[in-house]
Structure formats: C-alpha cells, structure tokens
Design a protein around this ligand. Structure first.
Ligand code: GLY
Length: 433
C-alpha cells in the first residue's frame, strides 16, 4: 500500500486524513495529537511523531525512515515555508504547490498583478501603498470609510478589514492600514464594492481543473454576520453545485480565470497542483476578484470532501498522473452542512488557559454527523482540551435537502456538547451585505 505524509493539524486536515486513509497508509508529523488524525493514522497502520512540522530536518528524516511515497499539504503556512518543495526534492509525488506556486496566496500584490494581466475587468480599483504619506493621500480620496484594507502576507482569514464593518470612519481605517504598512512594508487599499461573496475551488493537476461544488462560508464570528472575521464558523453547499444567487456562467467565468492563472504560474515548471481557491464578488457590474488561496479552504474542505463521489485517493492519482477530468473526479448530488464549534472567546479575546470540555462524539456520530477535530486534544474518554485560541472541531452532515442537513447538525449538538462551547446558530441563512 502507498504511504502518504499529511502535514497540518486543523479540521481541514482531519477530513483529508479520513479520505486519504481509505486508500493509503497515513503518516504525519504533528505538533499535538489531533484525535481525528491520530485515529486515521492508527486505522491505516501508518505512523506519527509529535514534533514540529515546520522543522525541515525532522520532516526529511521522517520521510526517509518510513519510505513515504506521497505528500499532501493544504495549510497556507506550511506551503509558504516550502514543505512541498522538500517532499518534491526527495522524489515524493506531491499534492499542493511549492512555495513559489503558493505565492498567489501569500502575496496579495502578486495575485492582483496576475489578475490585472489576465482579466482586468475583474479587478476592483486598488492601491499598493508603500509609505505613510501616500497612504494618507489615498485615504483622503475616499469620502467616507468605503474602502477595504488588505495586509500583505498570510493572515488566516483575519487580516482583511472592511470599512463600515470592521472599522468605522476614515481615521480608524487609516490607523489599521498604517499598522499593516509598518508590519510588512506595504498595504493594499481597495474600493469597497457591494455584492455577494462566493468562492470557487478547483482540484488541479497543474493543467486540468475540476471545479468542486461551490461553497458558502460564514466568516463572521457571531449570528447575523456580526463581529470580527474568523477562519470560518460554518459552510454549506447545494446539490446542484451552485448557490441561489449564482449562475453556471458566473462559475465558468471564475473557472476560466483560475485556468489561465495556473498556466501563468506553471509556465516554467510545475509549481502548482492540488487545490486553487478563488474568492469573488458578484456585483451589478459583473464578477470581481478578491483573492486566491493555494489550498482547500477550512471549513470548505469538510463540505467538499464529503460530497466527493470518486474516492479521494483516486483523485490524487489522477493529479499525480496529470489525467484529472470531470469523469474521474465526480461529486455527489447532495447538500452538505458544517458548523464549527469554538470557545466563547474565539476571535474576540485572548484565552490564557486551555478550555477543558466534554463532548459525546459517539452520540453525535450516531445521528449521521461527522466530527472533525481541529485545535483540540483528547484528555480521556469524552473529555478534551483546547490547544490554542482557534477553532475546536467541526460537525458535518450531508442530506437530500439543506433543511435536513442543518437539522442533523444542530440536533446532534443537543445534550452532547459542554455548555462552555460556542457556535453560530444561524448557519444556513444567506445574508446580503
Ligand atoms: N474559509 C476560508 C479560508 O480557508 O481561508
């Protein structure tokens, strides 16, 4: 059996672990024992060590000692740091871009430059600012706070701030932009546009793409899209692969940009395969580009992998062989629904002590709902502990209607979750902004 190294320890990797371990022995180097990933490693007769996955020497030795043949990475920081590059150098088959390929995510200006060349009509007016005087001048051109501030570099979904939502008034926007400028040497200020946000994710072998069902993410911390932006509090997808406000032609337009972007990034060598994710706005003036990610979204991966009909390991093979197409990468006609469970403090204040909580995974599973652990470790039985201030675990269900999938997830929580835990109660409502 093939041996696959998976790096990364979130809910996204928990679902990847489930689907990889159905066909491969699973291996990982992990900073803590994520219960979902460890269970998959054990069930597949693989192996793990608790160590730093960013330590290239450790990863190299682990690959060598265990004679691992394939590697999957879908975490922004690990990709930026070049862990795929290491696996490639050692001759493994890889799923995920090199650090150079992942630049479309870790450099917002690089991504904007590409889209400016390939689809200028999709660009929202923006300024790449490198000094504070210029920043002042640009912000003065706005009448009010109708602009968006985007820091350069990876921010885990938490860096982009929108005027009127995340900051109020020009002055607050200026102060935030100034802090981004000081931190990295540049900052992007962009017009705020009215529209519906959506993402188009595609699996790719570097040349061919297969668009996954379109997912709708809930990035805001509290009900009714209130509060700060987070990594995502929930996610859903529809059985027709679209969203109520999207036409197939909208998706085709985005898919075209994605294909052209891959051609551009891979023009000299194969830097990019795995998953490319585009964030877009549907506005009255057409589709506008927001950003690229070089990986599966989280929670989006929980929905998408649960709607895949073709075994994921077959999709991996098609990616390695560069033979990916719609017939060998099929999706089920189903609704998927995910809610992330977090601490009450998540994204609003720093929690110093780990949260110890109880959760009855077996009872939740009995109701047809899957549990994907993220920043959580098991203490004993039904008692768990948070390992950081991030999301704790995701609950995912599929069904023949959205209402049923939603009911399954929310009903499974009743009596099975500690009252110290928190989650959004309105995933499934689609708000207009
Ligand atoms: N859910 C958004 C992201 O993964 O970046």
């Amino acid at each position: 059996m093939q041996k696959c190294l998976l790096l990364g320890n979130g809910g996204r990797e928990a679902v990847l672990a489930e689907y990889i371990s159905k066909g491969y022995e699973l291996y990982t180097v992990c900073p803590y024992e994520n219960p979902s990933i460890i269970e998959c490693v054990k069930n597949s007769n693989g192996k793990y060590i608790v160590d730093d996955p960013f330590n290239k020497e450790v990863v190299r030795n682990f690959i060598k000692e265990n004679e691992i043949d394939t590697c999957v990475i879908s975490s922004d920081n690990l990709l930026q740091d070049g862990l795929i590059d290491i696996a490639k150098e050692m001759g493994l088959k890889t799923f995920g871009p090199t650090s150079k390929g992942a630049k479309i995510e870790w450099s917002k200006t690089y991504a904007l430059d590409i889209v400016e060349k390939l689809a200028p009509e999709m660009i929202i007016k923006n300024y790449n600012i490198t000094d504070v005087e210029e920043l002042k001048k640009v912000i003065d051109t706005y009448e009010d706070d109708s602009f968006v501030v985007k820091p350069e570099g990876l921010t885990g979904g938490k860096g982009v701030k929108v005027g009127g939502i995340h900051f109020k008034g020009k002055e607050e926007g200026f102060e935030y932009a100034k802090s981004c400028l000081e931190a990295s040497g540049n900052v992007i200020v962009q017009d705020k546009v009215e529209g519906r946000e959506f993402t188009v994710m595609a699996l790719t072998d570097g040349e061919n793409i297969v668009v996954t069902p379109i997912t709708f993410d809930y990035p805001y911390r509290f009900d009714e899209d209130k509060g700060p932006g987070t990594g995502g509090m929930g996610c859903l997808s529809f059985e027709n692969g679209l969203l109520p406000f999207l036409e197939q032609s909208d998706v085709d337009e985005c898919a075209n940009l994605i294909k052209e972007t891959l051609k551009y990034v891979n023009k000299d060598s194969l830097e990019f395969n795995g998953v490319i994710y585009g964030g877009f706005f549907k506005t009255k003036n057409g589709i506008k580009f927001i950003e690229f990610n070089a990986r599966f979204g989280d929670p989006e991966a929980l929905n998408v992998l649960n709607s895949l009909e073709t075994p994921f390991t077959e999709v991996m093979q098609n990616i390695f062989n560069k033979t990916l197409n719609k017939d060998n990468c099929k999706f089920k006609k189903t609704y998927t629904f995910t809610v992330y469970v977090v601490t009450k403090e998540y994204a609003v204040e720093n929690r110093k002590e780990p949260l110890v909580f109880t959760m009855n995974k077996e009872k939740i599973n009995e109701q047809g709902v899957k549990v994907y652990f993220a920043n959580t470790k098991n203490i004993e039985g039904k008692t768990y502990s948070s390992v950081s201030n991030s999301r704790l675990f995701g609950l995912t269900a599929s069904a023949e209607t959205l209402e049923k999938a939603k009911e399954k997830v929310y009903n499974s929580m009743k009596g099975n979750l500690d009252e110290n835990l928190d989650y959004r109660t309105d995933i499934g409502n689609i708000y207009e902004h």
